[in-house]
Design a binder for this molecule. Sequence first.
Ligand code: GAP
Length: 550
Amino acid sequence: MSETSVKSMEAIVSLCKRRGFIYPASEIYGGINGFWDYGPLGAQLKKNLRDAWWQDMIMNPCWGRSGPDGDRVRCVPVETRIIQHPRVWEASGHVGGFNDPMQTCKQCKKLLRADHVPDLLAESEWVASLAGVAGRAAQEQVLIEGTEVLKWTGGKGKKLAANLAIYRDAEASVRIVAKLRETTTPIALAEVIRIIGNTSSAENPWPCPICGGELTEPRPFNLMFPTVIGATGDWESDRAYLRPETAQGIFVQFKNVVDTTRVKVPFGIGNTGTSFRNEVTPRNFTFRSREFEQAELEFFCHPEESQEWYRFWRDFRMEWWQSIGLRGDNLILREHEKDELSHYSTGTSDVEYRFPFTAPGFGELEGIAHRGCFDLTQHQQFSGTKLDYFDTDRGETLPNGSKKGERYIPHVIEPAAGLDRGALALLCEAYTRDESRPSPEIMRFHPRMAPIKAAVFPLVNKDGMPEVAEKLHAELFRRFGHAGFIETDAKQSIGKRYARMDEAGCPYCFTIDGQTLTDQTVTVRDRDTGGQERIGLDKVKTYLEERLGV
Ligand code: GAP
């Protein structure tokens, strides 16, 4: 095999469009920035991801394992609304604090998220050079010593700052420097940022990555989408918001779930659904979208046990992402530094994936946060409704052997995953190029995630083969159709049909040929190896049951 390990995002985006995984939303109207639709294969891929989360987090949490208390982990679902009472977002802190610092370019008027500016600069074609300093090593040394920090010089790429200039392209840099009779070596901005760090300062602000113009001071911009409820259309009195996270719906229904079911702390409540954030710079395909789906669990426990539960969930979530196919050093668990934590959190870890556009760095797939009792306390205060919990299993033992009970506000561990980012990671991980194959693009999805579970092909569309194929297809569809497509196709050569299935990520193809009609065996072709073997027609269902895990 001759596989390439470097994955091109352009190739992945193109395959996603061509094979019906992901389309730009409203494309026939020119698209709408930050919004993406899923085609037939993408919709099923995402459903498989959502179903796996639901199964392994709610129905059979942590694959039936015991938690740190020695009991089986218990979780229940809720399904809460996108629009909540506006006070919910005041209590959660989203109205006052869900702000990204923004900068506007005074020249081209582009609005940018301040923390994205260094990344955008690094991705741009601008180059830097230090006047009079020749050779890369010498330039790096000067930058490390910090004699001069990066400074923009007016957008034209002409004038040098004290000893540093940035140019729109390397060629211009060399030309200009030659004119100045200086010796220099252009360095890509990504390198400069890596060397000097990505912080901008008042004395040395980053320039606009689009035109090089001067950026305003960062100002807060609220990320919530406002809307108006009812016919009056009054933006002040009837204003509501599209939820920026599914988590708050859980906190708001905590009391109802406790009062109407038999759950006892420790237990979790899960919620999946669409969230909206008016991201200033949506980018990297679906990675940062304005509408996206989350799968969040709030796990309620006694404050004294919360650290153990935090570690338990952090480790399980990492294991879970590995179990659905994100393996190797593309996946990491990163514990936040103390200065990254919110004031109420005593621990947060991110499960991060090395996407082609973040490599060699990583992008967040899921955050696992110890939220303390912050959310329930806030909602208790803002709503005036008591949200504490009376734990009948705690407190001193009474003479009759029962417990006196203890009242407390549970602490919360929150594993918060993004399903669109998850689907994108699955697509990036699956994408493989193998030049030795007639059709080199293969999507190596984990069988549990694959949107097409199997395909049944008659070798030729005659001689009784289509009838056998149809019967097998119907049988497989009845058994596995709930988990994904079972395809059948009689057009084109068998090689082309296999290649089509490879691109769609179908793990197994079954071919009915002349021999099938005499000895009741079929060919199974494995997507990953391209290898083929013969098994009995009556063994196909079991063969798939053992491998698909659905
Ligand atoms: N309740 C906590 C919470 O919402 P978050 O880290 O802001 O935490 C959780 O979001 C997950 O939601 C992220 O790890 C990511 O996978 C996903 N997510 C957040 N913003 C997103 C965006 N703009 N586009 C796609 N996914 C996003």
